[in-house]
Design a protein around this ligand. Structure first.
Ligand code: AMP
Ligand code: MG
Length: 417
């Protein structure tokens, strides 16, 4: 391997190398219902009022508040108005209009008395038992959003409610940084994906399943290319095709020291790769590179990031979390919060480790105690092949070099999901 880097570097150096090599995808318009989880590339200015007209907040009777200053008061019911009924009504002195939540306020009325405070013995009479002041239970026009307001600023992340807001003001399409289109593949002749009986030496594939879900959770659009066969020409074609049609490539397996499999051989030849060793456990090996994905008309040329995750399932997950996910978020327009949030927690049981010059990322389960602090315990065996204990974790305890954390000691925990 000509470009193998033997030196072990701190995680922060690896992160710096990777994050500084990726850039934001070009902004694009997207339908509001597909915008949740994405970062806005431009401000969104309202072109409509929300609500578009004054309307009632309750089911009840629209009245002139001066008519119900003294109660009980008896009023003549002039009709009924449902939400969505555009009939123009005028409520005069001594009159009331039966009205349903969301229906437009009739002319003349300035308040609504909720139905619970009224008696309607016969259809055209109502007894009002409670006084209301002007404006009571009325939602004024533009009470939520006014036309001309900047409702969202560039850089903010839309959530489900945000997508609903866009819909409410008819912002059908918005400018965002798009989902990264990611090609995912795994390597390893030992991997079985089709449910067939295991031959000696074979194992079931797990990383593609896990990484596809982690990528989708990170708002990426994933193409799962499956397990790639041990054939350099076929792999080169797959990688070059993936680079032409995707924004990034994630591979699993074959990036350790002394691993001379075809992915490493091919990537070393066709991409600008950095084979890294990080001072962390698990997930020591990591490969990052750029592969030209340009078509003839692309100026400047498109350099497609490749994240080479190690094959051990726990290492694969952790290096995805620490390097690939934040880089993909940067591509999707995130500027801060690239990494998952980390908080100071209390170890309820010892988190034991041996000094080895590395930072350990231990899988822990945490809950918030009555003291308002996060309390964590490890979730079981911490081997990099033991994914089952990782599945029970909701955090990664960041245990610095040394002999670990005593019960009751404090430890930083990166919250997962
Ligand atoms: P590698 O990084 O290719 O050297 O693989 C390290 C370990 O992870 C080996 O035990 C592999 O069998 C295992 N492994 C690699 N890829 C996968 C995968 N996709 N699913 C489950 N285990 C894997
Ligand atoms: Mg392998």
């Amino acid at each position: 391997m000509p470009d193998t880097v033997l030196e072990v570097i701190p995680l922060s150096d690896a992160q710096q190398r990777v994050f500084s090599s990726v850039s934001r995808l070009p902004e694009r318009q997207i339908a509001c219902e597909r915008s949740a989880g994405l970062v806005l590339a431009r401000d969104v200015v309202a072109t409509e009022n929300v609500p578009p007209f004054a309307n009632t907040a309750v089911d009840g009777f629209a009245v002139r508040s001066s008519d119900v200053a003294n109660v009980p008061a008896e009023l003549r019911v002039i009709g009924t108005l449902a939400a969505g009924d555009g009939t123009v009504w005028h409520v005069g002195a001594g009159e009331a209009l039966r009205i349903m939540t969301g229906a437009p306020m009739p002319d003349g009325a300035d308040a609504v008395v909720m139905v619970e405070d009224c008696e309607q013995p016969i259809p055209d009479r109502v007894k009002i038992n409670k006084s209301v002041t002007a404006g009571a239970s009325v939602r004024p026009v533009a009470d939520d959003i006014r036309a001309g307001d900047t409702v969202f600023t560039a850089g903010s992340v839309l959530n489900a409610a945000g997508a609903g807001v866009l819909s409410s003001m008819n912002a059908r399409n918005v400018w965002v940084y798009p989902r990264a289109k990611v090609a995912l593949l795994s390597t390893g002749d030992e991997l079985v994906t089709d449910g067939s009986p295991l031959q000696r030496g074979q194992i079931r594939e797990s990383n593609l399943t896990m990484l596809e879900l982690l990528l989708a959770d990170a708002q990426c659009e994933v193409t799962n290319l499956g397990v790639i066969l041990d054939d350099e020409a076929a792999l080169e074609r797959t990688l070059r095709d993936a680079a032409r049609t995707h924004d990034a490539i994630v591979t699993s397996g074959g990036v350790s020291m002394g691993d001379f499999d075809v992915v490493k051989a091919v990537l070393s030849r066709i991409a600008d790769m950095q084979w890294m060793q990080m001072a962390i456990k698990p997930a020591k090996p990591f490969a990052f590179g750029l592969l030209n994905g340009s078509d003839a008309q692309d100026h400047p040329q498109r350099q497609v990031p490749i994240f080479g995750l190690p094959g051990n399932p726990v290492s694969s997950m952790i290096s995805f979390e620490l390097l690939a996910r934040p880089a993909l978020r940067k591509m999707m327009g995130y500027t801060d919060n690239l990494l998952r949030p980390t908080i100071h927690a209390i170890a309820d049981a010892p988190l034991r480790r041996k000094p080895d010059g590395k930072t350990h990322f231990m899988r822990v389960f945490g809950h918030f105690g009555t003291d308002g602090r996060l309390h964590v315990r490890d979730t079981g065996p911490q081997g990099s092949h033991q994914l089952a204990a990782t599945a029970a974790a909701n955090g990664l305890a960041i245990v610095p070099d040394g002999s670990g954390v005593d019960a009751g000691g404090s430890v930083d925990v990166m919250l997962l999901g």
